[in-house]
Design a protein around this ligand. Sequence first.
Ligand code: ZN
Ligand code: ZN
Length: 145
Amino acid sequence: MATRTRDIPKKVTGGCRCGAVRFVAQGAPDRVGLCHCLDCRKHHGAPFYAAAIYPAGAVSLTGATIEDAGRHSCARCGASVYAWTEGEVELHLGAMDHPNQFTPDYELWTIHREVWLRPVPGAEQFLRGREAEVSPAPQTCAACP
Ligand SMILES: [Zn+2]
Ligand SMILES: [Zn+2]
């Protein structure tokens, strides 16, 4: 994928709104993406999801969380901070201590993108999930009826 994620800070910190849950990530993420799927929208209560995805070994996590389908929210303030997926940790861009550290490499489920949002310049666009490019079978959105 893009080289864009390579030109980023070597260490990234972040956490929940109250500070009880914290993370530190070392090195560059594997990728940085947005997801417009209805499941992500519902979880975050936001029109899209944005995260930098790291190998699990590059991230240290502290603080008590409530877990739902791999997504971790602060047990105290409820902020959604990160998600676990098969050896990777998705650190939410909105949970990072500083803005403008990453530019998305790709966008998923653009079929559900709000019409007032524009594609991120240079980001790979996927109408549905990333697997759609290699699978001939049309993918369905887990959250769509
Ligand atoms: Zn908190
Ligand atoms: Zn999604």
